[in-house]
Structures are given as structure tokens and as C-alpha cells.
Design a protein. Sequence first.
Length: 337
Amino acid sequence: MNTQQRQLLRVATAIAQRYATASQSQAAIDLPADLWSQCNASLRRIEKARRRGWLEAAARQRGALMNQLVDLRERVAQSVASIQGMTAQRRSVSAADIYQDLQSLHDEFETVSFNRHENTLSAHTEPLRLEGVFLGPFEIRLDWKSLPDEPRYDIIATDPHPASCNEDVTHPHVSSGQLCEGDGKSAICRALEDGRLADFFLIVANLLRTYNSGSPHVSLDDWEGVRCTDCDTLVAGDDRYSCDKCSASLCSDCSRGCEKCSDYFCYSCTGECVRCGCSVCLYCLTRCDKCEKIYCESCLHQNQGNKCNTCREQEKEEQDDFEATTETVPVHAHTSI
């Protein structure tokens, strides 16, 4: 046995010991002794009350005893289920089993490595390309100290080619080093519970080699950029704008600057003042209370009840006409003779 094989055997032995420790920790069985004591105490109080003729007290104690017996029955059922689970406990995991799994990993992966100080075991995939998009190689790093009940592992891009819109997404199904397991979750859990480490790494690697268009963090169609909301062209991260109202992604050609507040908006969140024709965001546009046309603030006389010049002039003409038609004729006084 060479040096590498001896080191691998030490790792396998440590992992097997971890499974053995976890299995032994299941040996504790919780028996409801406290509830049994409470039931006995209630029974003694019932007998005492009955001997002394305290019928109401005896009735109350029988009610308390009934509730305690119901709780006792539930706790006993839990203990039975726990013992049954231990009877059907996971298969024994030996150092030889783990060692064979680790050896077989070298046939499936380009590189297999371990770090005894950090208690990690890693398998490295080949550079991955999904639907023409190059993603690079990945390291599947398992923290074997977390086995078997609370397994933790990370997916690390060793030559990252992340989505242009989010550097934390290095794979359509990996964000911040965490894999979206989807339908593979139960298979991964069973493999780690049973100590089938080779199966675990193969399942995860196959998930990384597969693209599910129904649930990506970032779709492969948008990997090199995002779609402009207005024109649907692909926009790279350094040429992408965001609407300050609805957060829509925009290209530089479709990003419309508001001439009043100088922020940027999409087509749906901007309009043109009907008087001066300037492009203004919906925040800076105001609707005339009378004709309901939209104007920028400087073209709408807000101190006149949010009415535009045209409506104000029309109202003035109507007022002048009204005053002209209602003007009174002077009445001459009659002189008495």
C-alpha cells in the first residue's frame, strides 16, 4: 500500500467512525417515567378522596388522571416508534466500504482530494458546457463531519464563468455555492445516510451536467446578459440599465432619461408632455383636472387647481361670456311732480 492509499484509508476510517458514532447516539430511548409517576399520584389521591367520601374531589382527580393517561399513551407510542426505527436502522458502514467508494471515485472524476484538517472530501468535475454555454469545472466539497444526519456540501466553481447579471450564480442551479437539488434531493439524502459516498458524488455531478429550464437561478438564454424589457435584445451586464420605477432591465437605446428628475425609466413608465413634448417619467407628469391630458409640472399651473393653460383660458373665456350676459342695466329714478 503506497502513501496515498494509506492516507485514503485513514480518511475512510475517520468517516466510518463518524457513522458509527451517529448510530450509537440513537441508542437513547425516552420512556415516559414522569407521566407514569403523575398517573400513580393521581390514583392515590382518588383512593384517598373515595375513602373520605369526597365525591367531587374524586371526580376531579379522575378527570386529571384521564388527561394524564392520554398523554402517557402518546408518549408510549412515540417510544415504540423510536425503537422500531432503531430496529430498522441504517446499514452498518465499515471503513472498507468507504475505502472502496473513495477508490472508485478516481475512475469517475478527474481529481479526488481530501483535507483531514478541515474534514472535507472533494471530487472535481470536468469543465462543463450546457447548451453551448461554457461554465467551467466544479469542485463538489463534502464536509464529512456533518454526516450522516445533517450533511453539508458546497459546489465551488474552480474556474468560474458566472452569469453576467449575478456573480453568485456560477451554474444555472448553483447560487452562492449551494445546489438546487430539485428531484435529486431524496436520492442525495439516502446516499449519504447509507454511507454510499461514491453514489452521492455521482448524483451531484449528474445534476451539474443537467439543465432544467423550469427552475434555474439564471436561464442559459440570459447567461451572457439579460433581455431588454422594451426591445427584447440581449444586454450584457456593463450595458444594462434598470428602470427606477419598475426595475425592468433595459439596454442603453431603450433607457429613457427623464428631462426633469434625470433618472432613467422604461417606455411604460414615461410619457410626453402634450405642451412642450419633453420625455418625462410618470413621477414628474401631472394630469390636468379638467381635460385629463398629461403635462410636466412646469407646463401645468398647479396653483390653479392642476389645470393646463388651455383649460384655464377656456374657463376664463366662459367666465367673461357669463359676466357679459348677466351685466345689469342701470335703473333711472322716477321724478315725482
